[in-house]
Design a protein around this ligand. Structure first.
Ligand SMILES: Nc1nc2c(ncn2[C@@H]2O[C@H](COP(=O)(O)OP(=O)(O)OP(=O)(O)O)[C@@H](O)[C@H]2O)c(=O)[nH]1
Ligand SMILES: [Mg+2]
Length: 536
């Protein structure tokens, strides 16, 4: 048989390659045809699988709810995520509790070292022949602090909420000298091995592959991101002065690696890592009584008070739980993990399949026959200013924004020139006016109400910091309502943007109350989706 070759085929190298040889025998031809048929069958099978995979992905994407958690550092984003996992993926959550032990131990050790550092300063001052004035940490936290610019200066939220202006304050009074004795020297000495334990734990938890991130620091060394025209404050770069040397926080790029959770393709935990945790457990257990006496020492309490350090209001405070945590058999409870502080760096994606078999988790009552809402993708991001540029690619999701409302008298760790509430208001304004978020459902948690309550009970006057709060009652309900109104005012500044916005006052370390809020949020999101899909 003469095989005619078309001219254009001759110029095609593949056609030439696949052309049967001129002297092909009938048997060879038979074999070739069979081979080609088999190859086509395999190729068709691969095509079918790819098609099915694409369809599966589409179907999956349809039932996925995407949520981006936004908010400044320490606002409670990761804590909301923890609550979500505790409520909707409890089996997985329970399986991970033990992995948090090292983080909680490190939090506790940081509490101790904060006190030891202060004690060390005081002991050095006592040893020093010349009289020393001990500046309060708040006064020293703003390098440019003067008598007319107190670091804890007053702030005012005006009606347009374009900004919160810092008002003049008074310079911090010199801290009174607190008498420390030989007993404190000995405690300081006995507890000093915890410094090495902290280093070991940090190494074990934070070994980041990315040298850009300094693991034991408030600040990252990432270059200032280019500000976005649309959301200036989101990409606005760290700027400002760094805080002076202080016992800073610990951050990781991903919990999975840091906690040694099983990951796809990941191997078992390294033995030296496990050993450093065990060493920490052993040393902590040995020093348990000393840690308890340190925290219960009235002179130490006096010293903390004199220095204006309210360690019990800080993230990751576990000193009151030492007797329970500093043991060889300690396993973290749900509440311990929710209260643990592990700073987020970068963007962490969490895929959560809601566990079945729990009628509370079943949304069939909302949308029979559809499983929208059975899978959630939650993006938990680092909240410090230099990391906010990384949020932009995730903006198309539902956005849960978390603002700590107890922070009216605090400053950003990464930029002490900025009041935390001022930063929250600027952030909210940027979010509300962002074109990228025009269609997005916004869920706002006004968080840390418990801390707000505690501050007010301790006599802190809101109107000292928020001038426009005026003569209103210095009581949690009034403050929450006042701030809720301020947040609403900002939404209404741009009336063209009619999008669903929900505001909730929360204390997300209270897992029971948060579970109820999450249920409402979840139902709200699903209803909103249905409305969009014209099913309601
Ligand atoms: N008392 C109290 N503590 C809270 C609340 N919400 C969060 N926290 C604690 O505050 C600390 C910081 O919370 P995170 O969830 O880690 O903050 P984040 O927003 O993820 O911070 P970054 O990862 O730095 O962006 C943690 O130790 C939490 O346990 C709250 O409502 N009340
Ligand atoms: Mg976080």
């Amino acid at each position: 048989m003469v095989v005619r070759t078309h001219k254009s085929q001759l110029s095609d190298p593949f056609a030439l390659m696949l052309q049967p040889p001129d002297n092909e025998t009938p048997v060879e031809r038979q074999k070739r045809v069979e081979l080609e048929q088999e190859q086509k069958r395999v190729s068709d099978q691969i095509d079918d699988e790819l098609k099915k995979e694409r369809a599966d992905r589409k179907r999956k994407a349809k039932r996925e709810v995407k949520v981006l958690l936004l908010g400044q550092s320490e606002s409670g984003k990761s804590t909301v995520l923890k609550n979500f996992r505790l409520k909707y993926a409890p089996t997985q959550w329970k399986g991970e509790l033990r992995s948090w032990r090292a983080v909680i131990q490190l939090n506790l050790i940081h509490n101790v070292l904060t006190i030891l550092d202060l004690m060390q300063d005081s002991l050095t001052a006592l040893d020093s022949p010349q009289p020393q004035q001990s500046p309060s940490p708040s006064a020293s936290s703003t390098p440019s602090a003067t008598s007319s610019s107190s670091p804890w200066g007053r702030v005012s939220v005006d009606s347009t909420v374009s900004s919160i202006t810092l008002a003049a304050g008074t310079s911090a009074p010199a801290a009174p000298t607190v008498p420390l004795t030989q007993k404190h020297r000995l405690l300081n000495l006995r507890l000093s091995p915890l410094r090495e334990v902290a280093d070991d734990l940090r190494r074990r938890l934070g070994a980041s592959d990315d040298p850009e991130f300094s693991n034991f620091s408030f600040h990252t060394s990432d270059a200032a991101p280019s500000p976005s025209a649309d959301v200036g404050v989101l990409g606005g770069g760290g700027g400002g002065d760094l805080p002076p040397k202080q016992r800073s926080e610990f951050g990781v790029r991903g919990w999975i690696g840091a906690l040694g959770l099983p990951s796809p393709g990941g191997g078992a935990k390294k033995t030296d890592e496990a050993m450093s945790v065990d060493k920490a457990t052993e040393i902590l257990a040995t020093l348990r009584e000393d840690v308890v006496s340190l925290w219960e020492d009235p002179d130490v309490r006096e010293l903390l008070k004199a220095r204006g350090v309210r360690i019990e209001d800080r993230p990751g405070f576990f000193l009151s739980d030492t007797a329970r945590i500093a043991t060889r058999t300690y396993t973290p409870s749900d509440n311990d993990v929710v209260r643990a502080r592990l700073r987020t760096l970068g963007v962490q994606e969490w895929r959560i399949c809601l566990e079945h078999g729990n009628p509370e988790l079943d949304n069939a009552h909302l949308f029979p026959g559809d499983s929208f809402g059975s899978e959630w993708v939650i993006y938990d991001v680092g909240g410090s200013r230099s990391m906010r540029h990384a949020w932009l690619p995730y903006f198309d999701a539902v956005n849960a924004i978390i603002f700590p409302i107890s922070c009216f008298d605090e400053r950003l760790a990464e930029d002490p020139s900025v009041n935390r509430l001022e930063d929250s208001m600027l952030l909210w304004r940027a979010v509300v006016s962002s074109k990228l978020l025009k269609q997005t459902t916004l869920i706002v948690f006004l968080n840390k109400c418990d801390l707000l309550k505690r501050k007010l009970q301790n006599g802190i006057q809101v109107n000292k910091y928020l001038i426009s709060f005026g003569a209103r009652e210095n009581e949690v309900g009034t403050v929450v309502k006042y701030l809720k109104d301020k947040f609403r005012d900002i939404i209404h500044l741009d009336a063209s943007q009619q999008r669903p916005t929900y505001l909730y006052a929360t204390s997300v370390t209270d897992t029971k109350a948060t579970a109820a809020t999450l249920n409402i949020v979840r139902d709200g999101i699903i209803r909103e989706h249905l409305k969009h899909a014209e099913f309601v």
